[in-house]
Design a binder for this molecule. Structure first.
Ligand SMILES: [Zn+2]
Ligand SMILES: [Zn+2]
Length: 195
């Protein structure tokens, strides 16, 4: 597939809500969770039909990661698209859904050992799914899109050490002498510009 710049907006537009796919997603994700496969359901933002002309790609999983400073907050958003033009049969959609759902688990972005571990577990419990790890790169696409936001300034309270990060130059930075620390209520700040 031609590489296009992937943005949440583009992906959102290219995945169309579809009631039968939603139903399959609900059923299959419950089945997998029941046997201990840690599907991050709350981090799966949209599931639907993939708008594509591809004659090979059966399903896609896109994972967006937003890592804030100190790696404290990691927001993850997953999108799953199923190429219904290629696979209309419900059972084939289920099989593809199982495969794509494994890709939403952290560390399962590719078909490496983590992926194979869960594929094996699923195949033991639900042999009908017969999860293949031999999908050619063309039949299934996954992408991890990381967006690491780095702050431009850090303000440190010289009294208690509390730190506040700023992602752009804003008014607060100019009027710090009039501000008080949320933690210790003093007004003694140091501003540093971060590289
Ligand atoms: Zn895959
Ligand atoms: Zn303070």
């Amino acid at each position: 597939m031609a590489k296009v710049k992937k943005s949440k907006e583009n992906i959102e537009k290219n995945i169309i809500k579809d009631s039968s796919i939603t139903r399959i997603f609900n059923t299959v994700s419950k089945e997998l969770i029941k046997i201990g496969v840690p599907i991050p359901v709350k981090d799966i933002k949209k599931v639907g039909e993939l708008k594509t002309r591809s004659k090979r790609v059966r399903g896609v999983t896109y994972t967006f990661k937003r890592i804030t400073y100190n790696n404290i907050n990691i927001d993850k958003t997953n999108y799953i698209g199923i190429n219904k033009k290629l696979i209309e049969d419900n059972f084939e959609i289920e099989k593809t859904m199982v495969h794509e759902l494994i890709h939403t688990i952290p560390g399962c972005n590719n078909h490496g050992p983590n992926f194979k571990k869960y594929a094996g577990l699923i195949n033991r419990h639900y042999p009908k799914y017969n999860v293949s790890t031999y999908y050619t790169p063309d039949s299934d696409e996954t992408e991890n899109i990381a967006n690491i936001k780095k702050p431009k300034y850090v303000v440190t309270c010289e009294n208690c050490g509390a730190k506040t990060y700023f992602y752009r130059k804003c008014k607060t930075l100019d009027i710090l002498s009039r501000c008080t620390c949320k933690k210790c209520k003093t007004s003694n700040f140091k501003v540093e510009k971060l590289g």
